[in-house]
Design a protein around this ligand. Structure first.
Ligand SMILES: [Zn+2]
Length: 118
């Protein structure tokens, strides 16, 4: 079974984010819900520079996503690669609420997805 390799789950509220997620680090997150003590992934994402701030932007964004998991990354490029792997491992936009493949931002145009040719 696919693994996120992230810590959590934690309740997706600002106080908990401040308690467990360092500020100003790149990283990855998954949000979802807990059923029978399993964390069900509904959306995966990344932060290029500030995982703490990015996660706060996801609070109450998706109605059934009240929990999150996260991991820190050494660089924004590492975060992009992990987001791609998480996205493909958990079914892409047919199973996740993500609307499409992880995107490359300015300056990231030559980064390759480790899983596909997108
Ligand atoms: Zn891909």
């Amino acid at each position: 079974m696919a693994s996120l390799n992230m810590q959590g789950p934690y309740v997706l509220v600002p106080d908990k984010i401040d308690e467990v997620v360092p500020a100003k680090t790149p990283g990855n997150y998954a949000i979802g819900y807990v059923a029978d003590s399993d964390f069900i992934v509904r959306y995966v994402g990344r932060a290029s520079t500030d995982l703490n701030r990015e996660l706060k932007g996801m609070v109450y964004r998706l109605s059934d996503c009240l929990f999150f998991k996260f991991s820190m990354a050494k660089s924004s490029k590492e975060a992009f690669k992990k987001e791609c792997i998480n996205y493909h491992d958990f079914g892409g936009n047919t199973q996740l609420k993500n609307t499409g493949h992880p995107v490359r931002r300015n300056g990231e145009e030559d980064w390759k997805c480790p899983c596909c040719d997108v």
